[in-house]
Design a protein around this ligand. Structure first.
Ligand SMILES: [Zn+2]
Length: 82
């Protein structure tokens, strides 16, 4: 656990930007929508192939941020749009 509770996560995503390879999709080898390959094949250590993501994004998980916001201030309305 980090002291801040905020860690940047790295997620592999489609080159075309149409999907993230997250959760169960992490095992896909091509994009669900356009069938673009997700990975470069690269020969790694000891002759084993490694999958190198073509694109990767970084994001800050929003839930801990929201929890901190709620903890530190009161909103006048619950109808905030995210
Ligand atoms: Zn795609």
């Amino acid at each position: 656990m980090s002291s801040l509770g905020l860690e940047v996560e790295k997620i592999d995503c489609c080159e075309g930007g149409c999907m993230l390879y997250d959760k169960e999709d992490i095992y896909l080898i091509e994009c669900k929508f356009y069938h673009l390959p997700c990975y470069f094949k690269s020969k790694g250590d000891r002759g084993r192939y490694k999958n190198i993501p073509r694109k990767r994004m970084f994001y800050l998980p929003i839930i801990p941020i929201l929890q901190r916001l709620y903890a530190s201030m009161e909103f006048e309305s619950n109808e905030m749009a995210f």
